[in-house]
Design a binder for this molecule. Structure first.
Ligand code: 13P
Length: 255
């Protein structure tokens, strides 16, 4: 496959800096310098620096879980792209459903962050996905389309080469319920078709679309084997180096 798999751990609000350093060191020793699969860890802001040091001599990449779309200034409690780059973060998760839900983030605000990240040399992992209510009402593809095109408004083809899409059905996050490989593939395939229409065949073929929502070693092989699933954004199973390592192995086997 021409698209390299990404296995990214979203640690959410878990792990102190010390705990994060330990987990990151274990992951760094599993991955070492093997870059067959792109491995990314996304700790909380306060743990970024120590995690960064722990993965320094490995192929593991660092990501943040959010940013604020301004360079600096009077934005109490917020973190800028420059601050993230200073601790060697390469990726940033944007538009996660937990931020949409608890912090009322709109597609327009997420779009502002996506563009600001790209301008400031951070690669967004743009999360989109429907709630259970929306799925049951048959609205999945409409919701995904609105979030995708809203989040990407004004992003050109060169921006797309530095961006990853994460499809995360909200009803599968942290619930133990996973989309079946067929359900996930259907949405991933639709996302790729939307990218074809909005950009080109080449952009659609190159963009990585990863799956998130209770991905774990027991279901990863089947999900990752789908033609349009290019990796995983993992919550719970990324907090333990054994299960995260098994997910990396699943992607390596298919590479
Ligand atoms: P879980 O893997 O815990 O379901 O979380 C998925 C997620 O939200 C990753 O961003």
């Amino acid at each position: 496959m021409s698209r390299k798999y990404i296995i990214a751990g979203n640690w959410k609000m878990n792990k102190t800096p010390e705990e994060g350093k330990e987990l990151a060191s274990e992951i760094a020793s599993i991955v070492s310098k093997d870059a067959t699969v792109e491995v990314v860890v996304c700790p909380a802001f306060v743990a970024l620096e120590r995690v960064s040091q722990a993965i320094e001599s490995s192929a593991v990449r660092l990501g943040a879980q959010n940013l604020y779309p301004k360079t600096s200034g009077a934005y109490t409690g917020e973190v800028s792209p420059e601050m993230l780059r200073a601790v060697f973060a390469k990726y940033v998760i944007l538009g996660h459903s937990e931020r949409r839900e608890h912090f009322h983030e709109s597609d327009a605000f997420i779009n502002e962050k996506v563009k600001f990240s790209l301008e400031n040399l951070l690669k967004p992992i743009l999360c989109i996905g429907e709630t259970l209510e929306q799925r049951e009402a048959g609205e999945t593809l409409d919701v995904v389309k609105t979030q995708l095109l809203g989040g990407l408004d004004g992003v050109d083809a060169s921006g797309m080469s530095n961006l990853v899409i994460a499809y995360e059905p909200v009803w599968a996050i942290g619930t133990g319920k996973t989309a079946t490989p067929e359900m996930a593939q259907e949405v991933h395939g639709s996302i790729r078709s939307l990218l074809k229409e909005a950009y080109s065949d080449a952009v659609a073929a190159k963009t990585r679309i990863i799956y998130g929502g209770s991905m774990k070693p027991a279901n990863a092989d089947d999900l990752l084997a789908q033609p349009d699933i290019d990796g995983g954004l993992i919550g719970g199973a990324s907090l333990d180096s054994k299960s995260f390592g098994d997910l990396i192995d699943s992607a390596r086997k298919l590479s």
